[in-house]
Design a protein. Structure first.
Length: 297
């Protein structure tokens, strides 16, 4: 498995590649627009060219973006729904321009009606985005969630229902987050729970849909349904599940991308400066990849 991190695009998207290279990343995740604002300037054409050139030279792959946290395709509110669809279509356009594998998206929060109705609204919104961007190759990467509040996508059957409602579109992939898996009730910390989790995922969704992992430990225990990331090995997931993932032949062609807390003031640091917290988490994963466990993988 390839190991990478979410990197800042402060100063321009191409600088995220420089930051990834400085940390020895083999994979990369970025924001292509401010994740907490609806309005965003278009990508600078020169920055797009520099980004693509630097990615080619670095050998970093896959590269994905993470969609804005404001997007909610499960909402029944007409104005928010329209804004969410428009913004996600823009996210997909940016990913295509940058040559990314795809855009990671939280499916949505059901603010009214039933969960099934919310899942259908998500599928309908994604269908509209796919219609608008039908010539693109960038994938929609639905992220399995922790299940906090009325957030959808925390059960594998939620994700399967969305894929089925889109007639199994090949443009729909999935992202699994180790923190979210544990928090939502999939006990990947225990060896038997790890095996049961991925057996269920294979049966309900299909391993072929899985395109990338987020590697985060969890501050909260299994089944808490609270999304709080912790540094690798310092939370309730622990080190052994990450070792299993890194040596699991089913996932050998995928990437683990950390979204753990960064050191304060990173956006003001020189591009070539290494974040000690990122380096610690990346090094931990590299060590686990280099050594198999005495209890098997």
């Amino acid at each position: 498995m390839r190991i990478g991190a979410h990197m800042s695009v402060a100063g321009g998207v191409s600088l995220a590649v420089d930051r990834a290279v400085a940390h020895g990343c083999e994979a990369l995740q970025i924001f292509t627009r401010n994740a907490s604002r609806w309005q965003a300037p278009p990508l600078d054409a020169g920055e797009v060219r520099r980004f693509r050139r630097r990615i080619d030279h670095s050998g970093i792959t896959p590269v994905v973006s993470h969609a804005s946290y404001l997007i909610n395709l499960a909402t029944a509110a007409p104005a928010l729904r329209a804004q969410s669809i428009d913004t996600f279509a823009d996210e997909m356009s940016r990913a295509e321009a940058l040559g990314l594998l795809g855009v990671v998206l939280h499916p949505g929060t059901c603010t009214s009606g039933t969960g099934d109705e919310g899942l259908q609204r998500i599928a309908d919104g994604l269908r509209e985005v796919l219609r608008r961007r039908h010539r693109d190759r960038a994938l929609i990467l639905l992220e399995h969630t922790a299940g906090q509040g009325r957030v959808l996508g925390w059960r594998f059957d939620h994700l399967a229902a969305i894929v089925a409602a889109l007639d199994g579109s090949p443009r729909i992939g999935l992202c699994l987050d180790t923190c979210h898996l544990l928090a939502s009730g999939y006990d990947i910390a225990a060896p038997e729970g790890y095996e049961a989790t991925f057996a269920e995922f294979a049966r309900v969704v299909g391993l072929g849909r899985l395109k990338v992992f987020h590697a985060n430990d969890s501050k909260r225990p299994c089944g808490s349904r609270v999304d709080r990331h912790e540094h690798i090995g310092a939370g309730h997931v622990g080190l052994e599940p990450f070792r299993r993932l890194l040596h699991d032949p089913r996932f050998r062609d995928l990437a683990l991308i950390i979204e753990t807390e960064k050191s304060k003031g990173r956006d003001r640091a020189p591009v070539e400066a290494v974040d000690p917290l990122d380096q610690k988490n990346l090094d931990t994963l590299r060590r686990l990849r280099s050594h198999t466990s005495h209890i098997g993988v």
